[in-house]
Design a protein around this ligand. Sequence first.
Ligand SMILES: Nc1nc2c(ncn2[C@@H]2O[C@H](COP(=O)(O)OP(=O)(O)OP(=O)(O)O)[C@@H](O)[C@H]2O)c(=O)[nH]1
Ligand SMILES: [Mg+2]
Ligand SMILES: [Zn+2]
Length: 354
Amino acid sequence: MNLDELGWKTYSSKIGLDPEGFKVGRVAVENKSEYKLFTSDGEVSGILRGKVLAGLEPDGFPKVGDWVRFSKLPETGKVVIEEILPRVSKISRKSPQDEHEQVIVANVDAVVIVQSLPDDFNLRRLERYLVIARQSGAQPIVVINKIDLHDEYLEAIVEAKAIAPDAPVVAVSAQTKQGLEDLRDLLKPGMSFVLLGSSGVGKSSIINAIIGEDKQVTRSIRDYDGRGRHTTTRREMILLPSGAILIDTPGMREVALWADESEINRAFEDVDDLALQCRFSNCDHDKSDGCAIKAALDDGRLEQSRYQGYLKMIREAEYLAARGDKQKERARNAKTKSVHKIMHNRLKQKYKKD
Ligand SMILES: Nc1nc2c(ncn2[C@@H]2O[C@H](COP(=O)(O)OP(=O)(O)OP(=O)(O)O)[C@@H](O)[C@H]2O)c(=O)[nH]1
Ligand SMILES: [Mg+2]
Ligand SMILES: [Zn+2]
């Protein structure tokens, strides 16, 4: 492994860093207390220095895709992660447990959003994934899988393109390998990609089909009972022979947004453009006169379901924004407290010695 095979060139060109004088590696897997790192010396196991301090920051722990600086621990063969290098992108969602930001993976160049025919193709969900991708700083790519199960997949491509005009949309079958070349062409060497999508859409199968061996575990479709059991249980970085870097993830049950209003508006340019055409700048898009959105809903230029999906996301963003201020305050307090405690203990030690 050399650093460029891990995507260092793409990363460092964005961040302007030169690893001269320190050792860097990339987080390939997060285990409970250890991290599998890919480094120029191969695969190593890393533990985190300053775990307590890392835990005070909402996204202070290393995530798959992170570049880290490490030092060697003598004898054990393990290394210590000293620092997480700046992230150029991060995929975040709202944590199902505590409604904080949860970083799923870091430093990816593109998000491969996977849906499958016939049952998991859903435009409203696709819109949510597109907002997540936009918010992350990575490019979206839309993959429609299992086209062997559905003859009318061309329609699905047209529908997906309509709501993701600036993203490549490819239709594939991981089983028959149809369309796979189109996807492979998008997976450029040295670039990092994360596959996102519901459980069972075939994310791991696509990775296996691309590398041509059954590396990732997949499950027989008979075993899918709709209760949302995941086959893939952890995020994992996989280096393709072609030089592209993929991250497989467990299916998301709920696409909980961590996004702000401006990113949502960018993903809904059509709605945003309409709002600019309303007669009054403070239009409520409900009872106001001369509302361009209402007009477009009436004559079918804007689909009701798309508009409702948009409103729902905006409400979620407003809720998060309102909570965000409180959370920041709490995090600040927690940090001050712990720093005080550390100072206090140091003083106690000092006076003991004196
Ligand atoms: N017919 C057909 N079946 C497929 C295709 N791709 C995947 N499958 C099947 O769909 C099932 C789920 O595939 P996985 O690759 O495990 O799905 P996943 O998205 O990785 O699921 P999680 O790891 O649980 O998130 C398996 O039984 C696959 O064999 C396809 O293109 N066509
Ligand atoms: Mg999987
Ligand atoms: Zn209006």
